[in-house]
Ligand binder design. Structure first.
Ligand code: OAD
Length: 249
């Protein structure tokens, strides 16, 4: 069932208000109105301008660590010059309403935590964390240089951003916690994700199979849209504050 931004389905609002356990999955779309580009949108998406195979795989880092390090430094700068938007803040408000509320994000920008969300599961890491490319040990306060990545103070190998690259497994604890939340939720809300990258893309479908009500918030249709219990077509920064007002009223 599709709804415009202006008017939510009253049945959807009733289900949401009555539910005690909500899981949310966010993707790059929620940060779009903060000025952080998404990945797959034509023209503006990062993957329409850059080749992920040259920038976001272990092989890419091995081939040209400087290129990869500099690209992530550029993205860190862009994110650190931006702020969470009203969509992130509305989710932080909603977290306080529900007895159980888990926010699962594919984003690496840390905006949910900045906006005040507490139970955040980062499936793809965090661009502001740095780890050793050999031992995966997190390194605090690494030199924020550009050019050749700094070396691990423990083993001397190159440091890399603590993000998940194509071909890598997700952090096991984050994925387990996400699965637990998806299996327990009564309502699952998918926001600003193309629902294309596994395993995150499967989460709303697992929730659906479990009998949860699945709500999608996205200006575009995705593979999830025809299956979703409710589809709200609109931008996260516009839809979520209105949804929070309706739920919290
Ligand atoms: P995508 O770029 O694939 O999809 C972004 C989604 O956001 C699209 O469905 C857009 O329609 C939607 N969108 C755009 N503007 C929006 C807005 N203002 N409000 C709400 N939605 C909006 O990004 P993701 O689905 O997050 O992985 O991509 C998943 C993963 O692919 C990323 O985490 C990243 C990428 O490769 C890794 O880096 C491992």
């Amino acid at each position: 069932m599709a709804a415009s931004t202006e008017k939510f389905s009253s049945a959807m609002l009733e289900i949401l208000r009555a539910s005690s356990n909500v899981a949310v999955l966010t993707g790059a779309g929620i940060s779009a109105e903060s000025g952080v580009p998404t990945f797959r949108q034509a023209q503006t998406g990062l993957w329409s301008q850059f080749d992920p195979l040259q920038l976001a795989t272990p092989q890419a880092f091995q081939n040209d660590p400087k290129l990869v390090w500099d690209w992530y430094a550029w993205r860190r700068k862009l994110i650190s010059e931006s702020l969470p938007n009203s969509g992130h803040h509305a989710l932080a408000d909603l977290e306080n309403y529900f007895p159980e509320f888990t926010l699962i994000t594919q984003n690496v920008d840390g905006f949910h935590q900045l906006a005040g969300s507490k139970a955040v599961i980062e499936l793809h890491g965090n661009i502001f964390r740095t780890k050793c490319s050999q031992e995966n040990r997190l390194i605090t306060d690494p030199p924020q240089t550009t050019g050749t990545p700094p070396r691990c103070p423990h083993c001397g190998e190159l440091l890399r951003p603590d993000v998940v690259w194509f071909g890598e497994s997700l952090p096991a604890e984050a994925l387990n916690n996400a699965m637990r939340a998806v299996n327990a939720c009564q309502v699952f809300i998918s926001i600003g994700t193309s629902t294309l990258v596994e395993p995150a893309a499967s989460l709303p479908f697992i929730a659906l199979n479990n009998g949860a009500t699945v709500v999608e918030i996205n200006p575009q249709t995705t593979l999830l849209t025809p299956m979703a219990s409710y589809s709200v077509r609109g931008k996260a920064a516009e839809v979520l504050p209105k949804l929070a007002v309706e739920v919290l009223r």
